[in-house]
Write a new protein. Sequence first.
Length: 304
Amino acid sequence: MRGRSLLDLDDLQPSELSYLLERARSFDADPPSRELLRGVSVVNLFFEPSTRTYTSFAIAEARVGADVVALPPGSSSLGKGETIADTAITLAAMGVRVIVTRHPESGFPYRLAEAFEGHVINAGDGRHAHPTQALLDLLTLQSEFGRIKGLRVALVGDIAHSRVARSNLIGLRALGAEVTLVGPPTLLPAVMEQPGVRISRDLDAVLPELDAIMLLRIQRERIASAVLPSLDDYARNYRLDARRLAALAPGAIVMHPGPYNRGVELTEDVLDFKGWRYAQQVSHGVPVRMAVLDFLVHGATAAV
């Protein structure tokens, strides 16, 4: 029987989202035993460069006691003509129970999960999804405000090409946040408006009403040059700087999934802002990924 996978946050019920956040909080406060995943073999199969995601998965896997194998793309047989299904069958036959994968092609983790008998965790696929990043963003919001329901959150920038934005939209809506998407038409088409999600082209107009603002990097590696706005125009209209920070409501926080581009989506002023929460987001990556591994392998447990 095929194991349960985490391919995007719509794989989870709202109650399961809440469970994972609470489980991650408990792991952050009181690290789990290294016996938690003892004997469970995990393969990290990353086809894209990664600093934050790869490292935090590796640390999380070590802390729960898993047997971890890093499989660089150049060392896999996929480059020799082996299919995804062949790779999945081979790894399962060796006793691998979890595959953590990142791939530039949207949908790759889904095809892997169809053929693999164990659990697949999507660590980012093309422009599609990045569920564990969204979970750590949700944990950052919950840790800051004690809730997510009713929070007013804006995602700003290249929404159309951002897998982080797509997964965050699912999680934020499921847990009751009020979401505003902000960006130019080429990076934020009007069709992305949906129940519980509004679109604004005017960053200055929404700043005073926000509890949290998440800046997104322009995905230059995933965009045709024809849709790229002038970076000067983009910065003038959507960059967060000292003037715009002053317009935020007291207690508002600023987030970014990283890596961030100084001078494009933010200025140095943001890095000195008392509500800048990038480091907290990064720190939440390890407990979130421990919680996901535990949840997929063992299911939800009564104690959190």
